[in-house]
Design a protein around this ligand. Sequence first.
Ligand code: C5P
Length: 218
Amino acid sequence: NSHLLVAIDGPAGAGKSTVAKRVARRLEIPYVDTGSMYRTIAWLALKEGLTADQEAEISELALSTPMTLVEGGVKVHDVVLKDELRTSEISNFASTIAAMPRVREALVRKQQEIAQLQSVVMDGRDIGTHVLPQAHVKVFLTASIEERARRRFGELQGKNQSPDYEKLLQEIKQRDENDRNRTFSPLRQAKDAILIDSTDQTIEEMVEMILELCCTKM
Ligand code: C5P
């Protein structure tokens, strides 16, 4: 395969999407936000009044809903979902439904299809381990939990919300625990992934480091 696949995984709030977007822009290839796909299914499920015990119905949604990733959001049934995917309620429910094997299977298939056709920078939890094990460059991006909560706090403030820091910290802890401890494709660093701790590095430093890794593969 001649096209370049870059996988960026890590826990919530480590800065994956910011870094992945910039790397993609510099390489002039698409950025694929897989978290937004789980968020979309969570949003649709909540809209239909489904609850966490309705695994069959939620899996059916994941299998049957055509979605297209667009700039900053997801297009589904002719509407573009953006900010509505970024609430705490959706973050938490996305993590719940992401533990469902058939939901993952359906979304992983879509992700693999996207990467079959073109070079991509894809971010998520299981890209290097499961979705694209053949990726040329694998990064595991992490940061201290306090730093991650601080960043989420700033992001939400920027969106004119008034977040509660302690509550955010607890939510991130809970989501990490869900994501790390699920049976099916848990969050973990691939053996061949480079570990980058974003606590003490600027975004630009991380972007440059990843671009250098990409250069050695092209
Ligand atoms: O990355 P983001 O925070 O938007 O992802 C929301 C949730 O979707 C995560 O907490 C995780 O449970 C799930 N997810 C996943 N696998 C991915 C991407 C996201 O399980 N590849």
